[in-house]
Design a protein around this ligand. Structure first.
Ligand SMILES: [Zn+2]
Length: 398
């Protein structure tokens, strides 16, 4: 049993728990969508959902059903989260159900705190309970304290179980924060919608190469360009293996329209990020920057779309509909600017005909008026200021 991912018709197909007989859980989504969802993951809401999972694990009735519903909501935000969230669910179950396994679990927590998070001084505080906050260094002390004590005694105390579950959660959250912000940096570097000047002339694949080279110079491993995938060509539907001769097999493959795709083995978020980033760049998928929320997005339909479909925190409508209103308002005000200019132009033009204004005066006026009009279009001066300026030019009247 393994997890596979492949690309077909610009859709990412994630097959979880793939068995030789072809059975598995299938997820399908547009290329790049969950990569961007992951980069902009709302960690706070994930953290809250994980807290709820902990709460629910203490419910006696229907807890599995409730937790499953909650997990599905989390996966809808980002399919990648299947890995940490399923892992976390397994750990809270283990903490609760099998106290004898718990020693290893504590050691695991302590190991992670010791290793990856050695320097805890700069880390933010984490909420540990309703009464206050506990920093990671304090959390580490708590684990050490717990380890010194008789674990069997501690299992009887629900607060201790909860504390350890929360510690586990915090380890996942710290990891998610680190990984999602790293991915966002990478996307900003690689994307053509990037504001960077230094790699403007490069293709996205060249940018990715630059990114990994910078990584290597810094003593790290190349993350994307050092291909670590194991791939296999697998038919998309079940194959009847009772056919033996080439003619029979060919007839079957033709008749059933058997398609064979290159499937990649995946074992967690890192391999999914690698796979999707490489496919995204390789397919030259257009990435735009939203003019409202400033986030990168993959336009659906028109490739020159300026606004994304996200509903940002504090908004009730997606950026695209906020943007549409903005464009309409701009258009209306553009029309008003032109109208005001046109009215003044006609007025002065008739003054020239009536000899109330010289030709030279009219030329210099219209030259200046066009500069002012451009300033007004750009929003440097308001429509009212522009109108006042146009009115003040009555001084040209002889
Ligand atoms: Zn947006």
């Amino acid at each position: 049993m393994s997890d596979k991912v492949f690309l077909k018709d610009d859709k990412v197909n994630l097959w979880l728990g793939f068995k030789e007989d072809g059975s598995c859980h299938k997820i399908k989504y547009d290329l790049g969508v969950h990569l961007l969802n992951y980069a902009y993951l709302d960690i706070e809401s994930i953290s809250e959902a994980m807290d709820k999972m902990i709460d629910m694990s203490f419910h006696e009735k229907e807890k599995d059903e409730e937790i499953n519903d909650l997990m599905i909501c989390i996966f809808e935000q980002c399919a990648y989260l299947i890995y940490p969230i399923v892992g976390f669910k397994g750990q809270i179950d283990m903490i609760q159900k099998d106290p004898n396994c718990f020693g290893d679990e504590v050691l695991d927590v302590s190991k992670v705190l010791d290793g990856d998070l050695k320097d805890t001084t700069d880390l933010p505080l984490f909420e540990m309970d309703d009464n206050g906050e506990l920093s990671l260094s304090e959390a580490k002390n708590t684990v050490e304290e717990l380890m010194k004590n008789n674990l069997q005694e501690l299992f009887k105390n629900p607060f201790s179980l909860r504390t350890l579950m929360e510690l586990q959660k915090n380890i996942y959250i710290v990891d998610l924060k680190k990984k999602t912000s790293a991915l966002l940096n990478d996307l900003e570097f690689v994307s053509k919608a990037s504001n960077r000047e230094d790699n403007k002339l490069l293709s996205s694949m060249q940018r990715l190469y630059v990114l990994d080279t910078v990584r290597k110079q810094g003593g790290d491993e190349a993350y994307y360009t050092n291909n670590q995938f194991k791939t296999k060509y697998i038919p998309l539907s079940e194959v009847d293996d009772s056919y033996k001769s080439p003619t029979e097999i060919a007839g079957f493959v033709y008749g059933q329209e058997i398609e064979v795709v290159e499937m990649y083995d995946v074992d967690g978020i890192d391999s999914l990020v690698r796979f999707e980033m490489l496919k995204l760049i390789d397919s030259n998928t257009r990435i735009n920057r939203c003019k409202h929320c400033d986030r990168l997005f993959i336009p659906k339909g028109r490739i020159d779309k300026e606004y994304c479909d996200r509903i940002m925190k504090g908004e009730t409508k997606p950026c695209s509909s906020i943007g549409a209103t903005k464009i309409y308002q701009n258009k209306v005000s553009d029309d008003l600017i032109f109208e005001a200019y046109n009215k003044a132009y006609k007025r002065n033009n008739s003054r020239v005909r009536n000899k109330k204004m010289s030709q030279e005066e009219f030329f210099s006026w219209s030259e200046e008026a066009r500069v002012k009009r451009a300033e007004c279009y750009e929003g440097k001066i308001s429509l009212e200021e522009f109108k006042t300026w146009l009115e003040s030019n009555k001084k040209f009247v002889k």
